[in-house]
Design a protein around this ligand. Structure first.
Ligand SMILES: [Zn+2]
Ligand SMILES: [Zn+2]
Length: 252
C-alpha cells in the first residue's frame, strides 16, 4: 500500500529535520506502507529540505520514499509553477485547487460563505479550475478532486455532470486521481472524491492513487486500507505510485 500525500511541515507546525522525517517514516512502517511520498505545499518552498528526506530515507531500505510537491494551482501562475517544478527532480507533483479567484474556500472561516453563495456556481468554477489544472500538463496527480464539498454544501445539479469536462481532460491527459481520506475529518465527513465520482472514473479507466493528506505523523496511512477494500469491491485491484515522474503500478 502507498500514501503519496503527506505534509512533513504540516502548516509550518514543525521543521523539516531528520527527527521529524523519521517519525513519519516510522508511522509509514506501522501502517504497512511500501511507498510513502512527501508532498508539502509549494507555498513553503523556502522551508523544504528535500535532499534531507532522501538522505534519511536511506535508513529505511524497506520503504520506497518519494519526494513530491503539492502545488496550489492558479491559472495565471503557470509559468512560475513550471519553473518551480523544473528546479528539483521530483518523483511526482500533485495539482490541487484551493482557491477560486483569490477565495481560499477551504479555510474554516470561509464556511459561512459556502452557505449563501450559489453552490452550483462555485462548483462550476471549481471544476473549471480543475479542468485547467489537468490540461496544463504540469501535474501527475489531481489532489482531493471534489474539495469544494468540504463544508457539505451540495449542488442542485448532479456532481457527475459538473465534473464531466474535468474528468474528460484528466483522462485525455493521462492523469492519476487520488482517493484522499482527509475529507472524513472535515465537516463533509467523507473521502475525496465521493463514491459516485470514483465509480465514474473507474468506468472511464482513470487510474487512482492513495493519499491521507497527513499533516502530522499519526495520520500517515489513515483509512487507506479501508479505501483499498472499497476499490476492490469496485473491481479495482491496482493503484499508481511514482518514481522520477514515471507511473508504477502497485497491486492492492
Ligand atoms: Zn490540498
Ligand atoms: Zn495536502
Amino acid at each position: 500500500m502507498l500514501d503519496l500525500h503527506v505534509h512533513l511541515l504540516g502548516h509550518l507546525d514543525r521543521k523539516a529535520n531528520a527527527e521529524n522525517i523519521r517519525s513519519f517514516l516510522e508511522q509509514a512502517r506501522a501502517s504497512n506502507l511500501t511507498q510513502i511520498g512527501f508532498a508539502d505545499h509549494d507555498m513553503y518552498w523556502e522551508d523544504l529540505q528535500l535532499d534531507l528526506i532522501r538522505k534519511v530515507a536511506e535508513e529505511y531500505p524497506d520503504l520506497q520514499v518519494r519526494v513530491g510537491l503539492e502545488v496550489d494551482y492558479q491559472e495565471d501562475q503557470e509559468p512560475q509553477i513550471k519553473q518551480l517544478i523544473a528546479s528539483y527532480p521530483f518523483d511526482y507533483v500533485i495539482g490541487s485547487v484551493h482557491q477560486l479567484a483569490g477565495w481560499y474556500f477551504d479555510m474554516p472561516e470561509e464556511e459561512e460563505k459556502h452557505r449563501y453563495y450559489d453552490s452550483d456556481k462555485y462548483y462550476r468554477e471549481y471544476f473549471n479550475a480543475i479542468e485547467k489544472a489537468a490540461s496544463s500538463g504540469l501535474f501527475d496527480i489531481i489532489g482531493h478532486l471534489d474539495l469544494i464539498k468540504i463544508f457539505n454544501m451540495r449542488p442542485q445539479a448532479d456532481v457527475r455532470t459538473l465534473a464531466a469536462a474535468a474528468l474528460k481532460t484528466i483522462k485525455e491527459q493521462g492523469l492519476v486521481v487520488e482517493i484522499n481520506t482527509n475529507g472524513r475529518y472535515k465537516p463533509v465527513r467523507e473521502f475525496y472524491p465521493e463514491l459516485k465520482l470514483i465509480e465514474t472514473m473507474k468506468e472511464m479507466g482513470i487510474p487512482f492513487t492513495l493519499g491521507s493528506d497527513a499533516h502530522s505523523p499519526l495520520a500517515v496511512g489513515r483509512d487507506l486500507s479501508e479505501v483499498c477494500g472499497m476499490l476492490k469491491d469496485l473491481d479495482v485491484h491496482q493503484v499508481t505510485g511514482f518514481k522520477q515522474r514515471k507511473a508504477q503500478i502497485i497491486a492492492i
